[in-house]
Design a protein around this ligand. Structure first.
Ligand code: NAD
Length: 495
């Protein structure tokens, strides 16, 4: 097993004095708050970033607003699409650099960084680029009575909401930012990104590429810092909309602050405790393989991943044995080693949180496989499968956001909707079966933004994605994003 070589430009980039990207300029930052960027594979500090001061936040908001009503408003939808397509090309052309940077900051396996942070980002961007020329309103004929031969017509216009603050988490820092960037820029909005303090530097490189792609200064600004900087953005009067992705507790605060600020528009993509149900006819080998793949991708740090697995009691032993055999063969190691299957957790707080969950599991649950943190300087834990300790087990209700699959037996298929819906969350769920009629009867009864059949976690730009209940409000992708990034203006004309 050996690690890939870091590109010389990645080493050079890490050495920079990182801060923000405001009004077309890379800034080292004027504040005295230095945030260390830690490589979770070995615990070493690999870079420093400056937290934004209040005046840098102010500058970013003013710059974004200027660009919104200035040069960006003069840029035709076709040109906006061209720029987004050029940025997609540049992301691919600089893909290895971006992938290596993101793997260094987040512990994401290098192949996943290449596939998602680079490949999927380019693909989603091109999807949004296509929408730029296809956003339209409707025409209506009002039924007002005509007193003296006058007539009436009416239309609706979809107008960009304004400056959007995109506040993003650390798990897929580039790809999630691209979802917000594509949606904001295709509709004619401008965007201020606030990266997670754990993964702050790749997005500064993305902003440089956006300028190279022809984006006018101020259309994309990046301000770094902790939640405090996010809170300042939400309260700023020039910010018209907040697009937040992160945890439920932070999302609740973000939603409340946005409403209190100025009835600022807000969309929230939050956490999940996603269920997978194996019906009695399921192909157990295929289901176990699919759930291992999607439950442990990026060490389970994926909002849509399955965490609770419902298995018919008659098949419990067979299913657990298959999980144990599959997990046993997984190789754990450096995310820069292409042959490794499972890397570190993304940061120390996340490692501490998952380690506490594992300690509780070793105490309260039957651990089928895994269950331990690994000694050393990196933030590694074992991929874990547990058996639920009764219907009130915390592993059926609390999001671990880690590689912990909790298996629970059920007796009747009819019980499944109530079991699955007994959760504060409603992001994704999956049904594993070859009985399509049964699946189609279950789908309307399941409280989740997305229901998969014989798959889990996959996202496609053409299919809307978002949560119900505590998993959030609003939708990304498809045509659904247009409602969230535009205001509907009605125009009535007498002639
Ligand atoms: P987090 O809520 O801790 O932080 C998310 C972002 O919010 C960070 O940039 C952070 O600095 C910022 N922030 C923190 N406090 C803030 C405040 N008071 N005001 C404004 N901004 C603030 O989440 P995280 O730990 O970075 O990410 C993990 C969580 O994200 C998990 O719960 C996961 O399920 C969720 N997530 C959801 C989706 C989705 O699409 N539904 C996708 C990825 C991750």
């Amino acid at each position: 097993m050996s690690e890939i070589q870091l590109l010389p430009k990645v080493r050079q980039y890490l050495q920079r004095d990182h801060g923000h990207f405001i009004d077309g300029q890379y800034r080292s930052g004027s504040g005295d708050k230095r945030i260390p960027v830690v490589n979770p594979a070995n615990g070493e500090v690999i870079a420093q970033v400056n937290g934004a001061t209040a005046s840098e936040v102010e500058e970013a908001c003013l710059s974004s607003r200027r660009a919104f009503s200035g040069e960006w408003a003069q840029t035709s939808p076709y040109q906006r699409g061209l720029i987004l397509n050029r940025l997609a090309d540049l992301i691919e052309a600089n893909g290895e650099e971006l992938a290596q940077l993101e793997t260094q900051c987040s512990g994401k396996h290098i192949q996943l960084s290449r596939m998602f942070e680079v490949g999927q980002s380019a693909m989603f961007l091109r999807y949004y680029a296509g929408w730029a020329t296809k956003i339209s309103g409707e025409t209506m004929t009002p039924s007002f009575p005509s007193m003296a031969g006058e007539q009436y017509t009416a239309m609706t216009r979809r107008e960009p909401v304004g400056v959007v603050a995109g506040i993003v988490p650390w798990n897929f820092s580039v790809m999630i930012s691209i979802w917000k960037l594509g949606a904001a820029l295709a509709t004619g909005c401008t965007l201020i990104l606030k990266p997670s303090e754990f993964t702050p530097i790749t997005l500064l490189r993305l902003a440089e590429l956006a300028i190279e792609a022809g984006l006018p200064a101020g259309v994309l600004n990046v301000v770094n810092g902790t939640g405090e900087v996010g809170a300042q953005l939400i309260e700023h009067p020039k910010v018209a909309k907040v697009s937040f992705t992160g945890s439920v507790p932070t999302g609740l605060k973000v939603g409340q602050s946005a409403m209190a600020a100025n009835l600022t528009r807000v969309t929230l993509e939050l956490g999940g405790k996603n269920a997978a149900a194996l019906l009695p006819d399921a192909d157990i080998d295929a289901a176990v393989a699919g759930l291992i793949q999607t439950g442990y991708v990026h060490q389970g740090q994926v909002c849509a991943s399955p965490e609770r697995i419902y298995v018919h009691r008659s098949q419990l032993d067979e299913t657990l044995a298959k999980f144990a055999a599959a997990v046993k063969g997984m190789s754990i190691g450096s995310p820069l080693d292409e042959s490794v299957q499972f890397g570190p957790l993304a940061n120390k707080p996340q490692f501490d949180k998952v380690s506490q969950f594992l300690a509780a599991a070793r105490h309260d649950n039957q651990v089928i496989c895994g269950g331990n943190p690994l000694a050393g300087s990196g933030f590694y834990v074992e991929p874990t499968v547990l058996l639920a300790n009764g219907p009130q087990d915390r592993f059926l209700y609390e999001e671990t956001f880690g590689p912990i699959l909790c298996v629970v037996p059920y007796d009747e298929v009819d019980e499944l909707p109530a079991l699955i819906n007994d959760s504060p969350f409603g992001l994704t769920a999956s049904i594993w079966t070859n009985d399509l009629s049964r699946a189609l009867r279950l789908i309307p009864q399941i409280e989740a933004g997305t229901v998969y059949v014989n798959m889990h976690t996959f996202l496609d730009p053409s299919v809307p994605f978002g949560g119900i209940k505590a998993s959030g409000m609003g939708r990304e992708f498809g045509s659904a994003f247009i409602d969230d990034y535009t205001e509907l203006k009605s125009v009535l004309i007498r002639y």
